[in-house]
Design a protein around this ligand. Sequence first.
Ligand code: PLP
Length: 387
Amino acid sequence: MSILNVYNPLSIEVDHGDGVYLYSKEGTRYLDFTSGIGVTSLGHSHPSLISALKDQAEKIWHCSNLFKIENQQIVADKITKNSFADSVFFCNSGTEAVEAGVKAIRKYYNYKKEKKFKIICARNSFHGRTYAAISASGKSKLTDGFEPILNGFKQVDFNNSKELLKKIDKETAGIMIETVQGEGGITPAKKQYLRDVQKIADDNDILLFFDEVQCGIGRTGKFLATEWVKELKPNLVAVAKGIGGGFPIGALLLDKKTSKSMNPGSHGSTFGGNPLGMAVANEVLNFILNEEFLDHVREIGYNLRKLLKEEIVPKFPKLVSEVRGIGLMIGLVALEKNEILIKALIKEKLLTVKAGQNVIRMLPPLILEMKHVDEAIAKIDKAFSNI
Ligand SMILES: Cc1ncc(COP(=O)(O)O)c(C=O)c1O
């Protein structure tokens, strides 16, 4: 084995993708409800993304942030025009976007001036694999063997603002949570909880940092999932996955006050905001920032969840108990071991991915149509009937 043994891949060897379908080397066609774990938001091999990438490849691949990159400015402008953000920092993955946000929180208060550095996070969260990210999550599965982890992170129960309030002291600088917990089992933050968190942040001079690496960029039917609660005023939001449609891109969105505390040299990335990635992101945003596209995500997500609730859960009460999620970020809570059900779905050529709390996670491409929803329901019905 020449690949480091940190993954446990399925035996399917992928050959190519087309829209919502993935094809194996042997030519088997799968309906792909994984989207590369929430990445291929416009499906596989989207013609507009292919031509954006090809056109850019013929001009320039890489030049670094030593130079001005036109598409980087265009993408940043699109994001700031359509969100709370005042500026955007580009990087290459979700965990880097989280890392940048943690640094921005600490830099804003600047430990040498104000002794504020602690960040309160949620149990059962996932923020990636850098030291800041594993320290924030605090899950032993992520930290075991890698200690000592980074200082200053505390975890409280998700959706519990009372416990959060109790953990605050004068050294608390930030609160970081996923707006919808993804890896942890597709658990949306409750609206009232988010309003309470906003009040706690306002009352205690604390920055609010939302990790939308999985739930952002249209996945929930809003550009950012924080938009579901209009009172929410994020200071920082991390995105990645869907913004590149498959090209590795991460981004930290910063409000005015946190933007001001960062300056040339305070952070950076060789590849962040590179011409190839920005050409693709620009095209992805042309679709996702369109209100009709977001309407479609909300509608198709609603229909998929409704059919799961009305046709699958009542028919298989020993196998599944509940449907969770928003938009096209959906979790089917399993009663049988989720891995067994996921294997049965693969047999019927439907790909899903497991999540915490014994959940079968569905993150289909956002271009999903009703005929694919019907196809998925038929496959689930058949797979579960065979168990
Ligand atoms: C909420 C969240 N944050 C951060 C990450 C890390 O992203 P990446 O794997 O791109 O580093 C993930 C990845 O699944 C995630 O779901």
